[in-house]
Design a protein around this ligand. Structure first.
Ligand code: HEC
Length: 157
């Protein structure tokens, strides 16, 4: 930085240089589509971790999934696709119970219960997509048909 720029910056420190930086940071937020794509990845990894009875990995993936859902609430309390209710109440209605039940199934290392609650979680995803203006045949979440993560050993534990 040469002397004149430095002088300009220090003269306009509060209204100029500094506030520009703050604005850039504040406007960088993940889109709901991005958060959901990661949520879909966690949802798939959670399944394969559970099937491998790698409960530590399953617990980790469920935790990451929860954090993604929390980000959806923080960054998108309302959204153009959410016409019926705000994010917070849709999450409470669709995610809270299955996530808590999955937590228990994982802690108990119970595969049968895990599979049952995994389907409940998946039903919760679809319930929200239906209550949002984004459901029915457009965006249907299922148990994954095959494992696309060729570079991860899910049974390592
Ligand atoms: C609180 C409501 C809500 C919940 C719960 C929810 N979704 Fe979504 N989902 C949405 C909305 C709204 C969109 C559309 C986002 C957009 O338009 O940017 C979406 C989009 C998606 C997409 C499309 C993203 C893309 O860019 O291709 C996927 C995949 C997805 N969700 C998966 C899931 C999975 C898996 C779960 C459950 C673990 C889940 N969603 C739970 C509301 C929800």
């Amino acid at each position: 930085m040469n002397k004149s720029v430095l002088l300009l910056c220090s003269t306009f420190l509060i209204s100029g240089c500094a506030s520009e930086t703050v604005t850039t940071v504040e406007t960088f937020k993940p889109g709901l589509g991005e958060i959901m794509s990661l949520t879909a990845m966690r949802h798939a990894k959670l399944w394969f971790a559970g099937q491998a009875e790698n409960w530590a990995l399953a617990a980790y993936e469920l935790d990451e999934l929860k954090e993604g859902i929390e980000d959806a609430e923080i960054f998108h309390p309302t959204h153009k696709h959410l016409k019926t209710a705000p994010m917070k109440s849709l999450i409470a209605a669709t995610m809270e119970n299955p996530v808590a039940a999955l937590d228990k199934a994982i802690a108990a290392k119970n595969l049968i219960e895990f599979n049952k609650q995994y389907d409940q979680l998946t039903a919760g995803c679809n319930a929200c997509h239906q209550m949002a203006d984004f459901g029915f045949n457009v965006n249907v979440v299922t148990r994954p048909n095959f494992n696309p993560f060729a570079n991860q050993n899910f049974s390592a534990h």
